[in-house]
Design a protein around this ligand. Structure first.
Ligand code: TXA
Ligand code: MG
Length: 330
């Protein structure tokens, strides 16, 4: 167990690295972030180099608390203040009109900026110590699975960062819900564990365009098909088609791994069969860690049982669809 003094020293060293223009990976409640001083374009450029991410993809700026909003955004609508009051610190990103002085490197040259206050004690300690905005995408190489442990970050980006703050496994497990409040009716750009219905209860009308990303005007890199993806080819199968798909793959001579909430047929007790939770929040928390672990087995195929088509599962289904679309390409 690391004592409080040791943690404070690590946090203070991490803030120093950020001030020096270095990259620091840190835990949030959603996934680990690859952080840089958001006001320093040279530091932000290092994020894109480390991730291999196209330079026009905007980054989320993480803030210590909502009172920092006005430094980064202008024309902040009442709805943004209501959402911040309800959900921050928490897994919600607000897209607002950018303030002057927000580097183009952060916004991808757009007139908007993504902002959020994360709900993780180490992230908040770092932000308070740094006293500024930390630009941070998920700490994975572009298109790969997002990291939910410090070990995931170390294996992908260990060489590129000055420091990794280890805050254990992320408790939400998938990326924040993104709401665009910069124009017209608020719009969900990326589904997350904060559901559209909850957002609508706070601010009223909300467009749920996350389902049809091709119509979304601002660039959201999560909207690319090949995203959040394992190297192993992956397929999603409805529960009642799972056993036939498993037997067909085995008959094909494929080495197979399965992630499903139903249990394995008894005849196949030596198969890699990971039992997934039937609770959407538990499933989300474990999702990337399961996919990282299954991917590391280097099987020929990962079969995942399709989750229910209900709103608590929307974000999980979204990430699974993208993982399937991008799988097997690397
Ligand atoms: O939970 C999260 O949001 C995590 C943690 C680290 O905070 N971060 C994360 O960052 O998922 P990233 O870069 O992997 O995804 C951020 C998404 C991207 O799809 C990006 O295009 C979108 O946010 N985004 C950022 N700024 C935007 C803007 N101004 N307009 C539209 N989309 C924006
Ligand atoms: Mg990402």
């Amino acid at each position: 167990m690391i004592d409080a003094g040791a943690t404070a020293r690590l946090v203070s060293r991490a803030a120093e690295f950020l001030r020096e223009g270095e990259l620091v990976a840190f835990p949030t409640e959603t996934v680990y972030g690859l952080g840089a001083d958001a006001s320093n374009p040279q530091a932000v450029a290092k994020i894109f180099a480390a991730k291999g991410r196209p330079p026009d993809h905007p980054l989320i700026v993480h803030l210590p608390e909502s009172s920092y909003l006005a430094q980064w955004a202008i024309d902040i609508p009442e709805a943004a203040k209501q959402l911040a009051a309800e959900f921050w610190p928490g897994p919600l990103t607000l897209i607002l009109k950018r303030n002057t002085g927000v580097p183009d490197a952060v916004t991808g040259g757009q007139d908007t900026v993504g902002l959020r206050v994360p709900d993780h004690p180490l992230a908040l300690a770092l932000l308070r110590e740094f006293k500024g905005g930390i630009a941070a995408p998920s700490a994975n190489r572009f298109g790969h699975l997002s990291p939910t442990t410090a070990a995931h970050v170390a294996s992908e980006l260990g060489g590129a960062v000055a420091m990794i703050l280890d805050g254990g496994a992320c408790k939400v497990g998938i990326e924040s819900t993104i709401v665009d409040l910069s124009r017209g009716t608020p719009r969900i750009l990326r589904p997350g564990m904060i559901e559209t219905a909850h957002i609508a209860r706070v601010i009223g009308d909300v467009h749920d365009s996350a389902i049809n990303q091709s119509e979304v005007v601002p660039r959201v890199s999560g909207s690319l098909d090949a995203h959040y993806a394992p190297r192993t080819p992956m397929q999603m199968v409805p529960a009642d088609e799972l056993f036939p798909a498993v037997f067909a793959a085995i008959a094909d001579g494929k080495r197979l791994a399965v992630l499903a909430s139903i249990s394995a047929p008894e005849s196949l007790d030596e198969l890699v069969w990971r039992t997934a939770s039937s609770s959407s929040t538990d499933f989300a928390r474990a999702l990337y860690a399961e996919l990282h672990a299954l991917d590391a087995l280097s099987c020929d195929l990962i079969l995942v049982q399709q989750p229910p088509e209900t709103s608590p599962w929307l974000a999980v289904s979204d990430r699974l669809r993208r993982a399937v679309a991008g799988s097997g390409r690397i």
